[in-house]
Ligand binder design. Structure first.
Ligand SMILES: *Cc1c(COP(=O)(O)O)cnc(C)c1O
Length: 396
């Protein structure tokens, strides 16, 4: 059996979005900046796509900038707020310890440029405290950035509450909503954000395309200089097939969200209950306040990489927050932030589902993961030490 359970990494394109992509590439080859008919047809489709995205987020089309994806949108929001902050002598930025690297690494760069970066901790459920966010804001603060849904453990953050505080305190507020858009209702007015990043390939659109919502009046500076596309804030000829397909994917995702969520939730519950039967295992993240498709576990006495390689042999595409997969020897910063010990954080497994998964696949996942965990444990020194009482188990 083949099971794709890595939808937080990327999704398969929705058939409607793929069809839109191909048709647009075939019949809308004009440059949207050209004055001739072909150019104007392309421009109309670009406008139509922008309106669809805006309507899904409850904002105006003028507030949408197309980007090359979530990473660029996160970077542009952060650098725009920082540029204005620096000019005003406000050089503190507040964010969280569990952000995506697109946010964390942009903040690292600003830190090297003299900004003060405060990363708020999260509790053991993986949720940031609204009071902590409020306390961290000082008169020097130019930006608060808090993700809407975490990509590793799926936890949903109190973004609307933090947005309201930022508004009251007169601080710009960005949210990385890449895991949320197309999966949970997202309304920029209700969230009270000045910036919001989204990425097409996380909701059945093409890779390499995304958007940044920028509230009218919020500062925006270009990262890429050149032509006057995107109101001069993002140069480069637009990738019209990708943008149109992103709009088609988001429109469908929003229209089918309730049904998809119900189906995915049922699959998730079955999978969590099945995997909880594995001894010395623990679910990562809040039991309730999490994305419908996210299942993240730590298994004691296991290396995440070994799990992934064996699972791949059995046709299962999964992910782990540990070492090799993230290109570093440290375990996931998210798992450490929720208090997982290093050796436990190394034994993590993330299975991310959507409505295209089936019950039969969940049965297969439970059986296969259980067997593979047992196999990997039988070869592990850590597991031997645990069973011989030389080390103490952390999970029952
Ligand atoms: C995937 C992801 C990104 C990066 O998006 P890309 O389009 O791949 O650049 C940023 N933030 C979160 C939370 C993500 O899951």
């Amino acid at each position: 059996m083949f099971v794709y359970a890595d939808n937080a990494a990327t999704t398969k394109m929705r058939p409607s979005a793929l069809e839109c992509y191909v048709n647009t590439a075939k019949s809308f080859y004009g440059n949207a900046s050209s004055l001739h008919g072909e150019g104007q047809r392309a421009k109309e489709l670009l406008t139509d796509s922008r309106e669809k995205i805006a309507s899904a987020l409850n904002c105006s089309a003028r507030e949408i900038i197309f980007t090359s994806g979530g990473s660029e949108a996160d970077n542009q929001a952060i650098y725009s707020a920082a540029t204005l902050g620096k000019r005003k002598g406000k050089t503190k930025i507040v964010s969280t310890a569990i952000e995506h690297h697109a946010v964390l690494h942009a903040l690292d760069k600003l830190k090297r440029d003299g900004f003060e970066i405060e990363l708020l901790p999260v509790d053991e459920r993986g949720i940031v405290s609204v009071a902590d966010a409020n306390n961290a804001i000082t008169p020097d603060t130019c930006l608060v950035s808090v993700m809407l849904a975490n990509n590793e453990i799926g936890t949903l953050q109190p973004v609307a509450e933090i947005g309201a505080i930022c508004k009251e305190r007169g601080v710009l507020f960005h949210t990385d909503a890449v895991q949320a858009v197309g999966h949970i209702p997202v309304d920029v007015k209700q969230l009270g954000c000045d910036y919001l990043a989204l990425s097409a390939h996380k909701f059945g659109g093409p890779k390499g395309t995304g958007a940044l919502f920028v509230r009218t009046g919020a500062p925006l500076s270009p990262i890429i200089e050149g032509g006057a596309q995107e109101r001069g804030k993002r140069a480069g000829t637009e990738d019209l097939p990708a943008v149109a397909a992103m709009a088609a994917a988001l429109t469908e995702a929003v229209a089918t969200m309730n049904e998809a969520t119900q189906k995915t939730l049922a699959l998730r519950e079955k999978l969590i209950q099945g995997l909880q039967k594995i001894p010395h295992s623990s679910l990562n993240g809040d039991r309730e306040k999490r994305l419908a498709g996210n299942v993240s576990f730590c298994f004691e006495g296991v290396e995440g990489e070994a799990l992934l390689l064996y699972l791949d042999d059995f046709g299962v595409c999964a992910s782990s927050g540990s070492a090799c997969t993230s290109g570093s020897l440290d375990p996931s910063h998210v798992l450490l932030a929720i208090g997982r010990k290093h050796e436990v954080a190394h034994g993590s497994l993330r299975l991310t589902l959507n409505e295209n998964n089936t019950e039969a696949e969940i049965d297969y996942l439970i059986k296969t993961v259980s067997e593979v965990v047992e196999k990997v444990r039988s070869m592990s020194c850590l597991w031997r030490d645990l069973t011989q009482g030389k080390r103490k188990f952390i999970f029952e």
